[in-house]
Design a protein around this ligand. Sequence first.
Ligand code: ADP
Length: 486
Amino acid sequence: SSTTTTTTKAKLERIGAHSHIRHGLGLNDLLEPLPNSTLIGQHKARRAMGIVAHMIKTSPMGGRSVLLAGPPSTGKTALAMALSQELEKTSQAAMTSRSGRPIAPSGTGQSKAPFTSLSAPQVFSLEMSATEVLTQSIRQSMGVQIEEETEIICGEVVELQMDTTLNTNNNGGKYSKTGRLTLCTTEMETVYDLGTKMMEMLRKEKVSAGDVIQIDKGSGKISKLGRSFSRSRDYDAVGSTTNFVQCPEGELQQRKVVQHVVTLHEIDVINSRQQGFLALFAGDTGEIKAEIRSQIDAKVAEWREEGRATLVPGVLFIDEVHMLDMECFSFLNRALEGELAPICILATNRGMATIRGTTYKSPHGIPLDLLDRLMIIPTEPYTAEELRQILKIRCTEEEVEMTPEALELLTRIAHETNSLRYAMQMIMTASLRSRKRNKAASMVELKDVQHVYKLFVDVQRSTKFIMEYQNDFLFNELNSDGNREE
Ligand code: ADP
């Protein structure tokens, strides 16, 4: 029922198509392409993006943005995503706590530079103004890394004793299990009395003597860090996956720092009383009031001053940017100057085009003042060999096995239709067809690809088909004056 929901869905699908891109731009320190990268070819553009990544890491880009200009299916979205992964690498490297306290080894503190992808036509919805959609996308691409200090207990389990007592009051089962946990570090040992809940958690985590565990005092969450080296000789039947760790030193109780990354947009939604955080899951957030945003900005600035938060700029990718209109362009131009601006990557496949909402023509359909702050990187069509490699990687990603002949045909189709995306969609359809044909079939064969090629047409064939029949369509619908017949 809402346009925002579709926006979110479209975004998920688009990112799914790039799930094989995991390790950034695939360049070494000299910006040379690595041989085993999941990004194939496009060397010049990747090097250029590598320089952009370097600029972002060493100094703020100062409102500069990138325009990727090239034909469809030449990896513009893939490159933008790879860049955001590069930024992720730095923010992870810079993950030392500002307060100098150790960072708790919990899975929750992973730093992530957010990546938002949107196609310019999605900006125009019935529910929100175009500038609101742009503002939300910009704030979705800005991460805030928040540090929280928590008290934890970390030690090696010396002994775990369980007391089972008959329950006198009848709620909560027949027996209640309480117990005592003895933990030690290299310097001290303490016995803790534990209630039923904690005992249950220890049992669930299968904690036993010799484990090194961490208990978050705030949430009561227990995590097993590994088995103590000191006990490694006592047990000969440990699996190869057992992780051995040193017995902790010093105090049992420590203060540690946990880091979370949330986006500005998430903070906006959670704090907008009208929407509530559930809107985040529905993707249907509606317009957010300007005063909420300025309150959040002030709060974040405060946190930053206190050293409790750091900004993690992510990447906002806007495809088919020539579809934006004059109002959007001037809005973007201003927004990108602000301090809370992500790295903006625009993409287009147009040469000279009319700027929407005006009668002026301009390169890529972008007004000159915005063009002026863009670094333009061209992307080139892939060779057949590069297409084959990309399709092969996608087969692995989708867990589809294909005979060499079938892959060869798919490569030719990608090459001749000029649409890598079309060929990529055929991987799944051909695989479904091969399983329909023969449940036991493990490989997609030539005939499966041929079959789906006939069923699903590419854009070229589909337009040709429509052109051929256009006269009939016209004859059916319009009378000789070109008006619709009543
Ligand atoms: P564009 O944005 O230029 O239209 P995409 O980035 O959407 O093109 O590319 C189409 C598909 O091909 C995507 O699934 C993308 O992940 C994949 N792809 C494109 N270029 C490469 C590349 N150099 N290496 C690996 N995969 C690629």
